[in-house]
Design a protein around this ligand. Structure first.
Ligand code: MN
Ligand code: MN
Length: 460
């Protein structure tokens, strides 16, 4: 059961491809720090690869045929791509599904305030975070502000070299005696994650002079008024680009690799596939980190509705055909796994842990306290995948999320499984998952992209 480190199997051509993929991936990460930015980039890459916007086909009743490539975005925060197979839709789809939301600090609806002549933004954290990790870092503001007339202002401040950054301060060690005795989950409390954005007062102003100066600046530079925060979605994320990690450049360090590492590799695999037997599909969704809820999360009917639209364009829609299409599908829930960390061996069971360099990770189940809440994949499906991966020389490993009862987690896998389709979690191992800066192995990224491609082409 011992598996080779994939790095030892590479020849010159593999290393070239691996490096090219890692470069493209880092670019995607650096330009995609919110779900909206990821959707925008994904749609642009899809268009470049010959995909057409499904909305146009729906509007014009354009029939769909084998080989057609289409995509559809939803509220700017989710995207799904299809490439029509040689077989009818009813035979089922081969689906790669990943999420493009990541843990972060979201601005509250009424965020702006002044305290002791400093101006701050109040936040509510999003997803599972160790709050103490999010202080004293250079942070950037990304998102949208929607004016009452519907105009949308894109915000991205703090990423260019000459742009200022913002951030959350921490208590100096000299005065932290009491703080250091607190439990880690309250050493920095959620309500104290306030982002410092300014300290310069407006002249000849007695009250809230710093806030007034800031409001003037927001109005002049971004055309934002204080009331506009009510209809804004601004995410405070670590500032700076994705970069190589390790003196040997074997790893990538970046914000947001859970789950953009699987989202990007799913998209890359999707765009490489040509003329598949079964219809290929790649769906990138929002809101996984808070339960896959809302209109843009995996629980949304957006996906099912879009498959119904596709069937209608094939002249083949009825409720039964839709149900068959979904139940006959296979899906890789492309999400990250916890990588074995030599600093913290105690939480892992070594035979069933994921390791850097050992390739794509299959998680039969996730969950916690006796697999609770997990999609427990069928061995019949796993056998199919083993064969595909072995036939295509994909390095893969199997793992669970830590020791029994050490903790747990979930993914989107259990949601499409509701249709009666086979689903399994399958992705890249990550170190420091959910931290502001996460680490992955370039060889795992390479193996996963190849594995996803092999799945789209061969699973039946
Ligand atoms: Mn995830
Ligand atoms: Mn996560």
């Amino acid at each position: 059961m011992e598996r080779k480190n994939a790095w030892t199997t590479y020849e010159g051509k593999d290393l070239e491809e691996l490096t090219a993929l890692a470069e493209d991936y880092k670019e995607f990460l650096s330009n995609g720090k919110t779900e909206r930015e990821c959707v925008k980039q994904s749609a642009a890459l899809a268009e470049k690869a010959g995909y057409h916007n499904l909305e146009d086909l729906i509007a014009n009743h354009t029939p769909l045929k084998s080989g057609d490539k289409v995509y559809r975005t939803w509220m700017g925060k989710a995207i799904v791509l299809f490439q029509m197979g040689k077989e009818p839709l009813e035979a089922g789809l081969n689906i790669l599904g990943a999420h493009i939301d990541s843990p972060r600090l979201d601005l509250k609806q009424n965020p702006l305030y002044e305290d002791t002549e400093m101006v701050l933004l109040d936040t509510h954290y999003y997803g599972g975070v160790k709050k103490y990790q999010w202080v004293t870092l250079p942070m950037a503001l990304h998102g949208v502000v929607v004016k009452k007339d519907g105009t949308k202002i894109d915000i991205c401040i703090g990423e260019k070299e000459d742009e200022p950054v913002v951030g959350v301060t921490d208590l100096l060690i000299h005065l932290a005696g009491k703080q250091m005795e607190k439990k880690a989950n309250i050493v920095v409390e959620g309500e104290d994650l306030n982002v410092l954005i300014g300290s310069r007062p407006l002249k000849d102003e007695d009250k809230d002079a710093v806030k007034k100066q800031m409001l003037n600046l927001l109005k002049e530079e971004y055309n934002i008024e204080e009331g506009d925060f009510l209809s804004a979605e601004i995410e405070v994320v670590p500032a700076g680009k994705a970069r190589d990690f390790g003196l040997d450049r074997s790893m990538v360090m970046s914000y947001g690799q859970d789950d953009r590492v699987c989202a990007y590799t799913s998209l890359a695999a999707m765009l490489k596939v040509e003329a598949p037997q079964r219809t290929a599909c790649c769906i990138l969704v929002d809101k996984e980190e808070i339960g896959s809820v809302g209109a843009t999360g995996m629980h949304s009917h957006f996906f099912e509705n879009t498959v119904a639209e596709m069937l209608a364009l094939c002249g083949d829609y009825n409720d039964l055909v839709l149900r068959r299409t979904l139940q006959n599908s296979y899906m890789l829930s492309s999400d990250v796994s916890a990588a074995f960390d030599p600093n913290y061996p105690g939480v892992m069971e070594k035979k069933n842990a994921a390791y850097f360099g050992k390739g794509l990770v299959l998680n039969k189940y996730t969950g916690a306290r006796g697999k609770s809440g997990s999609n427990d994949a069928n061995p019949e499906f796993i056998a199919k995948l083993r064969k595909i991966f072995d036939d295509n020389e994909i390095a893969f490993q199997t793992a669970e999320l830590g020791k029994v009862d050490a903790g747990g987690g979930g993914t989107i896998a259990y949601i499409p499984a509701v249709y009666g389709m086979n689903v399994i979690d399958c992705g890249v191992a990550v170190l420091s998952m959910h931290a502001p800066w996460e680490i992955t192995s370039k060889s795992d990224i390479y193996e996963v992209e190849k594995g996803y491609e092999a799945f789209l082409r061969n699973c039946r």
